[in-house]
Design a binder for this molecule. Structure first.
Ligand code: PEP
Ligand code: MN
Length: 371
């Protein structure tokens, strides 16, 4: 079913006429002084549209700093009055929504630990019914695009049209370089399925470490994301949450100055011709790939037929081990990544097994003619 999401085009949003749409501010509001001082320095950059600060903090373990609560909303209201920045915070239940709206918060976001839970997202959406506020939905912590779209749909059904998504990466059990795995194909597929929905990248929570902020931000810009949400604190090393990933407003300025903003459409018409020609070649190769896969599956079916007649199991691990070793060596020698060879060949193998299972289980016992 096509997602039921009506959004105002990003360009109609305040601040969306500049790209990237920037949201910045501390992970958490800690003290009035920290909130105000960080905000003043961020306002001076003249590039940020929304000032963020977490008021209620979802923490992995208890006894960590869990946010200052309603006091922080007063500080955000003061930021808005003094700097003219829009202000935003995370809401995780209906009470948070009512409190935030009472203090004139302009933008609310639903965090990754909340967007996994349809009951809570519905509760928040009901509290938002008929309210004109900007709402951004972070991806759920698990890599489930339908769940992410479902959460966005719930908010859309409440009548919110200034609506967007935040890509903050996905949890993994294994330790990886980044704190959360980007799985870029998921926001890319979100863009394909809901083309008008603005997508903001949150490199702070993807990276978990400030040294990776620039490379992730650049990648997001190259993938044509609409904006960035970056955590910034006047004294990152002393931050009460997410210290390693925060940068000073000055470092944020430096990071932004190094971002290269490439255009999604080439301005030189000759380039369009060149790209068009190259894309034609890609289309031909894609068709060839499909033809080859079809042929490969036909052979797998014939093998399945022989296995059926001779009562042999479908899965023969030694044969599979041989194939994967061979294609790994071959593919890597041709500059293809291990990860891609692994993903593609696992999928091909699974598809072959599925075709063979179909042959095994179809009524006839004799080998049928292959086309
Ligand atoms: C945050 O933005 O501070 C936050 C808690 O993010 P996430 O929901 O992505 O963990
Ligand atoms: Mn944080």
């Amino acid at each position: 079913m096509a997602p039921e999401i009506k959004t105002k085009m990003a360009k109609d949003w305040k601040g969306f006429n500049k790209r990237p749409f920037l949201i910045a501010g501390p992970c958490s509001a800690e003290t009035e002084q920290q909130v105000m001082e960080t905000a003043k320095q961020i306002a001076e950059l003249d590039q940020v549209t929304v000032y963020r600060a977490g008021i209620w903090k979802p923490r992995t373990r208890p006894h960590s700093f869990e946010g200052v609560g309603v006091d922080g909303l007063k500080w955000l209201r003061e930021v808005k009055q003094e700097t003219g920045l829009m202000v935003g915070t995370e809401v995780a239940n209906e009470k948070h929504v009512y409190e935030a709206l009472k203090y004139g918060i302009d933008m609310l976001w639903i965090g990754a630990r909340t967007s996994v839970n349809p009951f809570t997202v519905q509760e928040i959406s009901d509290a938002l019914n008929g309210v004109d506020v900007m709402v951004l939905v972070k991806n759920p912590i698990n890599p489930d695009l339908d769940l992410w779209i479902g959460a966005i749909e719930r908010v859309a059904r409440a009548g919110i049209t200034r609506l967007g998504a935040i890509h903050r990466g996905f949890s993994a059990y294994e330790k990886t370089v980044y704190r959360n795995q980007p799985n870029w194909q998921i926001p890319i597929e979100l863009r394909r399925r809901v083309p008008d929905l603005p997508i903001i990248c949150d490199p702070s929570h993807i990276s978990g470490a400030r040294e990776y902020l620039h490379e992730i931000s650049q990648k997001a810009m190259d993938l044509n994301f609409d904006g960035l949400m970056i955590e910034s604190h006047i004294n990152p090393d002393k931050a009460l949450s997410d210290s390693a990933q925060q940068v000073t407003p000055n470092d944020l300025k430096e990071l932004l100055s190094r971002l290269i903003l490439r255009s999604p459409v080439p301005s030189d018409p000759r380039l369009l011709d060149i790209l068009g020609e190259l894309r034609q070649q890609i289309d031909v190769f894609d068709d060839t790939l499909i033809d080859i896969l079809e042929k490969r599956m036909k052979i797998a079916e014939t093998i399945g037929q022989y296995k059926k007649e001779n009562n042999i199991t479908i899965l023969q691990t030694t044969r599979w081990d041989e194939i994967i070793k061979k294609v790994m060596v071959n593919g890597q020698a041709k500059g293809l990544s291990k990860e891609m060879i692994d993903t593609i060949f696992k999928a091909i193998h699974q598809e072959s097994i599925n075709h063979q299972i179909k042959v095994m289980n179809d009524g006839s016992s004799g080998r049928s003619e292959t086309k």
